[in-house]
Design a protein around this ligand. Structure first.
Ligand code: NAD
Length: 248
């Protein structure tokens, strides 16, 4: 198993997509660090995984805070050695009119979704270099490349993540660190059975996405056998950004 005994940090892993990514790496025998602000859900996931003899640790982390990120990575390095894989998944959104969005709300979204990924990658890059290489995945969004009204801060943060991805891939390539983005479309993190027929049918894939769809892509992109893939953005959206829509 290629990920056995590898140290993997997943930010925002206490819930949703990040949780599925953490479970996928834990199943592969990795040491999984759940770096999240949600203490209750993070500690519960840590306990649940440890009960199944998987290796997982929750570390309370606010990815938008440089000191918090540095402290988390330092503690991982001290306890487990170098970091091999980082999944920058923590993210927040706020959809409202540009006339109602406050500057604080704008900053909070950009600082969590974009600055957080930069801070976390910078913090792990040194130990990845020492380990001889590694992989970073930035969880972006199809909203980086298409929009509904009232999504400026979120869309800008995710568009920034795509640019950060190829920029980091250029900077870290010599250190054998691949950096890729995964852009999910509609990924249902709640009760999948509550979805309606028309939710599924509007997708070319005839179904809404599941967190596991994103987790499997992370395993693929982080596999050293796929190290020729870097600086790329993998859109996983059931074909929604490929669907031509004419009204009338
Ligand atoms: N669900 C979707 O349809 C979808 C679509 C496109 C992109 N995404 C992206 O996927 C990622 C995960 O989304 P999700 O739907 O699972 O969201 P979610 O809200 O279920 O989970 C996000 C996690 O991030 C954590 N978090 C928030 N702020 C944080 C911070 N400052 N520091 C550390 N952790 C923090 C939360 O506590 C939570 O556990 C996000 O980046 C999101 O933008 C989701």
């Amino acid at each position: 198993m290629v990920f056995n005994k590898k140290t993997v940090i997943v930010t925002g892993a206490a819930n949703g997509i990040g949780r599925a990514i953490a479970l996928a790496f834990a199943d592969e025998g990795s040491t999984v660090i759940i770096a999240d602000t949600d203490k209750k859900a993070g500690e519960k996931l840590e306990k649940d995984l440890q009960k199944q003899n998987k290796i997982a640790y929750f570390i309370h982390t606010d990815v938008s805070d440089p000191a918090s990120v540095e402290a988390m990575v330092k503690s991982v390095n001290n306890r487990f050695g170098p970091v091999h894989i980082l999944i920058n998944n923590a993210g927040i959104s706020e959809f409202k009119s540009i006339f109602e969005l406050s500057v604080d709300e704008w900053d909070r979204i950009i600082n969590t979704n974009l600055r957080g990924a930069f801070l976390s990658t910078r913090a792990v890059a040194g130990s990845m270099q020492e380990a001889g290489g590694g992989s970073v995945i930035n969880i972006a969004s199809t909203r980086a490349i298409m929009s509904e009204p009232g999504s400026e801060a979120y869309a800008a943060s995710k568009g920034g993540l795509l640019a950060l991805t190829h920029s980091l891939a250029a900077s870290l390539g010599e250190s054998k660190i691949t950096v890729n983005a995964v852009s999910p479309g509609w990924i249902h993190t709640g009760d999948y059975s509550a979805l309606r027929e028309k939710d599924h049918k509007q997708h070319l894939s005839q179904r809404v996405g599941k967190p596991e769809d994103i987790a499997r892509a992370c395993l693929f992109l982080c596999n050293p056998a796929n190290s020729f893939i870097t600086g790329e953005n993998l859109v996983i959206d059931g074909g929604m950004t490929r669907k031509m829509i004419y009204e009338g």
